[in-house]
Design a protein around this ligand. Structure first.
Ligand code: 13P
Ligand code: SF4
Length: 367
């Protein structure tokens, strides 16, 4: 079976949803939401398309969505408009009586896919041997539940881009070194911000099972997993230079999933929530180039006609996997629910859930 066939198999949505008019789909979603009332909760990540976001009961970044899931005890069904790891997190943080649904199973995350549990289990004993029990694992929430569970079992915690600095500080109070998964850029940018020098960071390559580091290994304080976001890697120093040359009065704000070089040259760096709030609080007439996902940048541009806002990369596209969640899939998931069929339920196995919830709880206690 080739990749296209595999993707098709993961999507069982009936054909009729593909030909229905937008008006009809919107009407139907509205009516179903009305009928379900508080029994249904639709959280939406800021990177989701407008056609879906318009029906979200709450929107947020990954930390806010995790907090909302943990706090919501009344919804029986959580139809998650985001990507797979977020729906898993919601399932871990909600009660057994609450069911989580991802409208399209193909809504994964290329970064989360860059670390699988077998690779992590292989890396750990090698690192333990090299650093003799001095390492604490931390994982970005953009990772599988199995990796969160691994981290939880070894005393570590999850982080999001909103709290990475606090969590890395916390980790250094527990152990001398940290093992940061799976986004090398968020790990490097955060540790550097906290005063860890680049030559105190090594990179773990899961494909060769080797630590990439030149120098005295005793100096290493942070081990970065060699993963990245395939959306944020599309912002480069050349994009920054272009803005500096053509619009010298424009401020550049980027997400910490961008590379260290980009972050160093930007004027501001922060999570999705930080970017939204910084633009909201900026004076009318101010000029901004934003380095993050395009659905969000387009929405920010529309919401701030009094400011000049562009994408830092003029040829940027939305996150391909976030975009999998669309109006037809949302409607299909909801109509199936009404018929008592749970399509695409996300159910983390209990043993994984137990350990992963420890990693999440350590983060939520500090957030
Ligand atoms: P935040 O929502 O934490 O800013 O993360 C962005 C992201 O990549 C979500 O997939
Ligand atoms: Fe994953 Fe990057 Fe898309 Fe976020 S933006 S879901 S990290 S691929």
């Amino acid at each position: 079976m080739n990749v296209l066939e595999a993707m098709k198999r993961l999507d069982d949505m009936p054909e009729n949803y593909k030909t229905m008019s937008i008006n009809e789909m919107e009407e139907r979603v509205r009516a179903i939401k009305e009928r379900f009332g508080k029994r249904l909760f639709i959280p939406g990540h800021h990177y989701q398309k407008d056609e879906v976001i318009q029906f979200a009961d709450a929107t947020g970044d990954s930390l806010q969505l995790a907090q909302m899931a943990a706090q919501n005890s009344e919804a029986e069904y959580i139809v998650f408009c985001g990507v797979h790891f977020m729906a898993e997190t919601a399932d871990i943080l909600t009660g057994d009586y609450q069911k989580v649904i991802l409208p399209d199973m193909r809504a994964g995350c290329s970064m989360a896919d860059m670390a699988d549990i077998a690779q992590v289990e292989r890396a750990w004993p090698i690192l333990q041997e090299l650093f003799a029990g001095t390492i604490l694992p931390l994982t970005y929430v953009n990772s599988t539940a199995a990796i969160k569970a691994f981290v939880g079992r070894h005393g570590g915690a999850t982080v999001t881009s909103s709290n990475a600095k606090n969590m890395v500080e916390w980790a250094f109070k527990q152990k001398e070194r940290i093992f940061f998964l799976p986004d090398q850029h968020l790990g490097r940018n955060t540790a550097y911000q906290l005063g860890v020098a680049l030559d105190e960071m090594a990179v773990w390559d899961p494909h060769t099972d080797r630590l990439e580091y030149k120098g005295d290994i005793k100096k290493v304080k942070v081990i970065l997993w060699k993963g990245h976001c395939s959306v944020h890697e599309n912002f480069t120093v050349r994009h920054i230079e272009r803005i500096r040359q053509t619009k010298p009065d424009m401020k550049i704000i980027v997400h910490p999933e961008c590379s260290w070089e980009v972050v160093q040259q930007a004027d501001y760096v922060g999570s999705t929530k930080y970017i939204i709030e910084t633009i909201q609080n900026a004076p009318a007439g101010s000029k901004w180039a934003i380095g993050t996902e395009m659905n969000l940048v387009s929405r920010i541009i529309r919401e701030h006609p009094d400011k000049e806002i562009v994408s830092l990369n003029p040829y940027m596209c939305p996150c391909f996997t976030m975009n999998r969640i669309d109006l037809p899939h949302l409607l299909w998931a909801l109509e199936s629910l009404e018929r008592g069929i749970m399509v695409n339920q996300i159910a983390v196995p209990p043993l994984i859930e137990q350990d992963a919830s420890q990693a999440l709880a350590r983060m939520l206690a500090l957030a």
